[in-house]
Design a protein around this ligand. Sequence first.
Ligand code: HEM
Length: 426
Amino acid sequence: MSLASDIPADRQAALAFDLKRLDPAFLADPFPLYRALREHAPVHRMPDGSYFLSRYDDCAAVYRDPDTWSSDKTRDFRPSFGDSLLYEHHTTSLVFNDPPYHARVRKLLAPAFAPRALAALQPRIEALVDRLIDRALARCADGGAIDLIEDFAAAIPVQLIGDMLGIPPDERRPLRGWSLAILGALEPMLGAEQFSRGVTAVAEFKAYLRDLVTRRSGEHGGEHGGDTGEILSTLIAASAFVGREGGSHERLSELELLHNCIFILNAGHETTTNLIGNGVDLLVRCPEAQRELRAAPELIVTAVEEFLRMESSNQLGNRRAARDTSLGGVAMPQGTYVHIGIGAANRDPAQFPDPDRLDLARRPNRHLAFGTGIHACAGMSLARMEGQVAIGRLVARCATIAPADAPTRSGRARFRGFLRYPVRLA
Ligand code: HEM
């Protein structure tokens, strides 16, 4: 089934495209405009002098050349974040840094994403998903409906990352709000209220984690949390926080530890919630695909890749040129800022035949939903597993997944998803 909008995208709309002036129609369905950009202005210069890339090859080339394309945001975040805690947070997390700092943090985080840690988490995800479905079915059997986002999609990553970081269950309530506020501050247009919510969230999150790390260091003495999938203890052991001696330049400072833990929580939260929400939405909009998945449940593996490609939860990346270069035939002097159109690249017909078609068995499917290169998503295996378990079990256990009311989009350009999605399950 084709999901392409009928509205023809024209050259003028592409040439006038400005990430700082987005209208609600674009936020609801950016894909016609992305197509127009690919066709008419694939390396598009915007009024502030930055470029928007919409072709797969250009986006992949930027990701794969970190020597030319820097992730360091110390300069870029200054105008919008000043010297606030948002600035401290975002410029300390590994994703917004270059080697050698990036490589050091990534290496220290590696055990958190190793197969052993993931294997320990899978049964927990399965049990959690089943509990959430039991509860949802009971509510729907009484004639009610559930919110697919709050009651299902968002409840999964928050518990999982809570387990990963060993956050006690009764202390997890504020996590999602903090996460939304901190990530919300990365939107192309940042209002005063959004900014102040972001700053408060970093302050509260940091104070909470500092306290947790102190408690945890005392409990485990910095040892690994066994086979529970808990990795905060490993990170503490890899940090200078507990005052260990030797090789401290290899370790994380207290600030680095706290901000990178906050980043993991944020990175894995909203993105995975939206993978689940966007995936179920695609199945609701394409009953044919839903039937196909019911008939062949093993398709869930390629289906999740297709959901990631068609409705990437993270639609935008960005880099700055560390030296003079060129892209798609356009000369770019050192300092040029580029926006990587992940959502646009993932619908590029030069890479994906019939790109607006939801093809649950699509292979190959080298989408850029997780980026690629040295910063490729560290949590991709975890996100895939969560998506497969959550959507796979929902479809297996519910013969009907029907909208109960119109869904509400989150209205964000970078993080694509829904705020509310009322459904009835049977
Ligand atoms: C569907 C879910 C997810 C999506 C779409 C996603 C997307 C991405 C993307 C596009 C990047 C690359 C950013 C760049 O190069 O500029 C990234 C990086 C990262 N993600 Fe994810 N992510 C997801 C889930 C997760 C989860 C579950 C975790 C951890 C619990 C996680 C942790 C990270 C980390 C640590 C990085 C930084 C890697 C680095 O800079 O080396 N992500 N993610």
